[in-house]
Ligand binder design. Structure first.
Ligand code: C2O
Length: 519
């Protein structure tokens, strides 16, 4: 069986609900013009429709572009972008984040296209994307991935959830399902003008060189499923929330102000082996936490989901009155007989096998500010996006990557078409000496990484020990991961030729794609 979905995106006013529950005021602002995904103009929403796929059944999506000629947000023409000089409208391309897809359907940053496919990027190959859905069941999301425009296209609203279901293996788990008891929460931050439009500060950090470029975007309003600080009425029972951090740069540290806990059942696109109960979730941009919340445990009639993560994370500003609140759950008084027996085992996937690793790679994240005080550039191994690919793994192989974060910020590293396990995180001691060496030699072995990587170890938390596609690279630490470039369940065969153009990328999810990865 094959399902066809035709998707359009439109510029359409979509109303963000703006009741600020925390100060008791309802402050209505006019509808916000957005870019939205949908099957037609009238039903396009932010976030876009949730695509539900069944494991093993192909999904074909013809992504069409109906965006207007001009962007609703400022984009900086002085950085490399997909904006063609032919004035053919706004480029966009869709990436299914977490999808193990053929390269032609991966949404490569340079496979963008404009309205009516009039303008096309250099690696564009086809109109209809093919998602195989052969991977394990779990949570994915789709978002724009166009070169140099990802940040503004996401901010404008080009975001949606994609769930792969496998009823045969998921039904026996007995997790909350149906009747709205299982739903994605797509969370991001935005700023608005009083006329309702999205606000983005577009005076660059160094306006004489890059008029609009600033490294990170942060907004004070926290938006959940398209509404600012929304309320949700819930019953006194268990719910499943697939929480997607769709912010450009904001980390969230979620917690319930009344002490309710999160029972983690999955992380990113993969189930955990067994549930993990925690009071707090630290979620970097584009990480996904799949959790059960049991409202029957609540001692109060309402529960506020709050945020405590400084921005930028970890050493930026502390949260304020606005961005410290996320949403409010109003809980029915009447207790329900919850029929779900909660499982103590979920799904077991093969554990990382280091002996199988074919290669060890060293990936150093550098931030450069040039002497003419240009804005910061983030490089991987001292290389910019345009240089030839240096990481060329083979499909089906496993590799060890030592990711060395020499910047001051935490970077959520995302690898396309692979899943990885975080093995450990070790602090670099004497980091300035190591940085000096790396700046000169750019070679972690010659700079004796092992001599410096002997500081504190950070525990990988139980709910993040499984297979992930994004993980937080702690600043000043080396993070060792084991990456598998294929499916993690053993019986699947490869259905695509990943050696073909346009290839894949890996990148920090705070910014635009950085370095091409051929696999
Ligand atoms: Cu979420 Cu390369 O993307």
């Amino acid at each position: 069986m094959v399902s066809f979905i035709s998707c359009f995106f439109f510029l359409d006013p979509f109303s963000f609900f703006t009741s600020l529950f925390h100060d008791g005021k309802i402050r209505d602002i006019p509808p916000t013009p957005v870019f939205a995904y949908g099957t037609d103009k009238d039903t396009a929403t932010v976030p876009g429709p949730t695509i539900e796929a069944l494991h093993g059944i192909d999904t074909y999506v013809t992504w069409q572009n109906h965006l207007p000629p001009n962007h609703i947000l400022p984009w900086d023409p002085t950085i490399p972008t997909a904006i063609p000089h032919t004035k053919k409208g706004i480029p966009t391309v869709v990436h299914l984040h977490g999808g193990i897809s053929e390269p032609e359907s991966d949404g490569h940053a340079e496979s963008w296209f404009t309205a009516g496919f009039e303008g096309k990027g250099p690696t564009w190959t086809k109109k209809t994307y093919h998602y195989h859905n052969h991977q394990q069941p779990g949570n994915l999301w789709y978002h724009d991935h166009a070169m140099g425009l990802t940040r503004v296209n996401l901010l404008a609203g080009l975001i949606g959830a994609y769930i792969i279901r496998h009823p045969e293996i998921e039904a026996p788990l007995g997790l909350p399902s149906g009747n709205g008891y299982d739903r994605p929460l797509i969370i991001f931050d935005r700023n608005f003008r009083t006329d309702g439009s999205l606000y983005m500060n577009f005076t660059g950090n160094n306006p004489t060189i890059h008029p609009q470029w600033r490294p990170e975007y942060f907004g004070d309003a926290i938006i959940v499923n398209g509404k600012a600080w929304p309320r949700m009425n819930v019953r006194r029972r268990k719910y499943r929330f697939r929480i997607i951090n769709a912010s450009n740069a904001r980390f969230f540290k979620f917690f319930f102000m009344n002490g309710l806990t999160f029972i983690h059942v999955g992380s990113d696109s993969v189930y955990l082996e067994r549930p993990v109960t925690l009071k707090e979730i630290l979620l970097g941009p584009s990480e996904i936490a799949d959790v059960i919340v049991d409202f029957s445990e609540s001692k109060s009639h309402s529960a506020i989901l709050a945020n405590g993560a400084p921005y930028p994370y970890p050493s930026g500003d502390p949260v304020n009155e606005a961005n410290s609140k996320v949403m409010k759950f109003i809980i029915k008084y009447q207790r329900e007989v919850d029929t779900w027996p909660f499982p103590n085992k979920l799904i077991k996937y093969p554990s990382p096998d280091l002996s199988n690793a074919s290669v060890t790679r060293y990936i150093a994240m550098f931030e450069y500010t040039s002497n003419i005080n240009e804005p910061t550039h983030l490089y991987l191994n001292g290389k910019s996006y345009n240089e030839p690919a240096t990481e060329t793994p083979k499909v089906g192989t496993t590799e060890v990557w030592d990711v060395i974060n020499l910047t001051g910020d935490n970077h959520p590293l995302h690898i396309h078409v692979g899943l990885f396990v975080v093995l450990d995180q070790t602090e670099l001691v004497d980091i300035e000496a190591f940085k000096d060496c790396m700046t000169k030699m750019n070679d972690a072995i010659k700079c004796q990484l092992s001599k410096y990587a002997r500081g504190k170890k950070v525990q990988v938390l139980a709910h993040e020990k499984g297979w992930k596609n994004v993980y937080k690279m702690t600043p000043g630490y080396v993070t060792k991961i084991l990456v598998r470039f294929s499916y993690i369940h053993s019986n699947a065969s490869y259905v695509f030729d990943a050696t073909k153009e346009p290839g894949y990328v890996y990148h920090c999810h705070v910014s635009i794609p950085l370095l091409p990865l051929e696999s």
